[in-house]
Design a protein around this ligand. Structure first.
Ligand SMILES: *[C@@H]1O[C@H](CO)[C@@H](O)[C@H](O)[C@H]1NC(C)=O
Ligand SMILES: *[C@@H]1O[C@H](CO)[C@@H](O)[C@H](O)[C@H]1NC(C)=O
Ligand SMILES: *[C@@H]1O[C@H](CO)[C@@H](O)[C@H](O)[C@H]1NC(C)=O
Ligand SMILES: *[C@@H]1O[C@H](CO)[C@@H](O)[C@H](O)[C@H]1NC(C)=O
Length: 365
């Protein structure tokens, strides 16, 4: 072997080694995430210490006390329910859904030091009738906030309306919460990026403002049991991305169904136990994504349109307790996805009418 060929082998080896080294380095840097920040770890531990673990605080069968496994010596980014940014190491998500947390909370809580949070769920815990603390405004990066079924009470503070990045706000099932001063109009004016607005059983006691129909990103609007009054703004039915609309249990809310366009994305339309009235338009057959239609216990009248038979995805159909007349369209028999059909007392005046003596069928399949 000549000297030159030996030299070139040596260069090749060097090149190969440096390439190997580079790949190794790249691999190393991409897999090392920054560790949890000390201040955020201590805020989490203080928050844990401020509450009691109580089995009666959560009702979901999947509940368990997530914070019990939080230990001071570990990287808090790996704790149950905690997610950190892979770039900055800051805590960006906190999911303490159904965690048996019980106790009061106020603006001094260390929870509100976690200012990098973008996603927060405290759903299905028991905050013992606390007000939603005004320090919530510190969490100004939140795009997701769920306090579903967590025993908060009192007026929802202005500071919630200042979380201007919110895309999801779920305050459902906090039976003593109020949205009155500020009210629904202020909320809708401030939180213009909302995709999901769920305020079921929050006491609103006002009409629905027309500008709610300006929230063009809305996919879910649930205002069941909110003591709403006045006329439902028809334009809300035309929101281009709306898939779920629930206005059930608002006896003081009036309205009527619009003409529905083809390819409306609605999947759930729940208007049961409201003051909605008028006829069901033939164009309801255009709602080809509809899976749930609840018009029960309202004041609808006229004939039931055969176009209902075009709703091939429908699973739950509740038309009971209205003032309909005429024959039940046979097309309803074509609905192959149907699981529940409620037709009892279709007419207010004669619950035992021979035409409509159809008993509710809990399972239609
Ligand atoms: C729950 O609230 C009541 C009334 O405000 C208070 O007396 C009690 O100490 C609170 N319990 C806890 C665990 O915070
Ligand atoms: C907030 O709650 C803590 C206990 O969790 C209590 O020591 C403090 O006094 C409360 N602050 C206010 C302003 O109520
Ligand atoms: C709501 O939308 C309507 C028409 O799209 C517009 O004229 C009005 O200014 C909007 N209102 C607000 C408060 O953005
Ligand atoms: C329903 O389907 C029938 C054909 O099965 C069609 O003639 C009719 O136009 C459809 N109506 C609606 C409202 O979709």
């Amino acid at each position: 072997m000549g000297l030159s060929s030996c030299f070139f082998s040596f260069i090749r080896l060097l090149l190969w080694l440096s390439l190997f080294h580079l790949t190794l380095l790249a691999h190393f840097t991409s897999s090392v995430k920054p560790l949890c920040h000390d201040d955020e770890r201590s805020s989490l531990l203080q928050f844990k210490e401020s509450l009691i673990i109580n089995k009666f605080a959560s009702i979901e069968p999947s509940a368990y006390p997530k914070v019990v496994s939080w230990k001071a010596d570990k990287d808090c980014c790996s704790w149950d329910g905690v997610t950190c940014s892979e770039i900055t190491g800051h805590l960006i998500e906190l999911d303490l859904t159904s965690s048996y947390l019980y106790g009061s909370i106020n603006s001094s809580s260390s929870l509100f030091h976690l200012v990098h949070l973008e996603w927060l769920s405290l759903s299905d815990n028991d905050f013992n009738g606390s007000k939603i603390p005004s320090a919530i405004k510190n969490l100004s990066r939140l795009s997701y906030l769920s306090l579903y079924n967590s025993s908060f009470s009192g007026q929802i503070p202005w500071e919630v309306l200042e979380l201007s990045n919110l895309e999801t706000l779920d305050l459902t099932f906090n039976f003593n919460l109020k949205l009155q001063k500020p009210g629904l109009r202020s909320l809708v004016e401030k939180l213009t990026y909302l995709k999901v607005l769920a305020l079921g059983h929050v006491n609103i006691s006002s009409p629905i403002p027309d500008i709610l129909a300006n929230l063009s990103s809305l996919t879910t609007l649930s205002l069941k049991g909110c003591q709403l009054q006045g006329k439902f703004p028809t334009k809300i039915f035309q929101l281009p991305n709306l898939r779920v609309l629930s206005m059930r249990f608002n006896a003081g809310l009036n309205g009527s169904l619009p003409e529905f366009e083809n390819n409306t994305p609605l999947e759930e339309l729940r208007l049961g136990s409201t003051g909605f009235s008028g006829e069901i338009p033939y164009s309801i057959g255009n709602l080809n994504s509809l899976q749930i239609l609840d018009l029960s216990n309202c004041s609808f009248f006229g004939s039931i349109p055969p176009s209902l038979g075009n709703l091939t995805k429908i699973r739950l159909l509740y038309l009971n307790q209205n003032g309909f007349s005429g024959e039940l369209p046979t097309a309803i028999g074509n609905l192959s996805s149907l699981e529940e059909l409620e037709l009892s007392a279709l007419r207010h005046d004669d619950e035992r009418s021979s035409v409509f003596a159809v008993q509710p069928k809990p399972s239609y399949r």
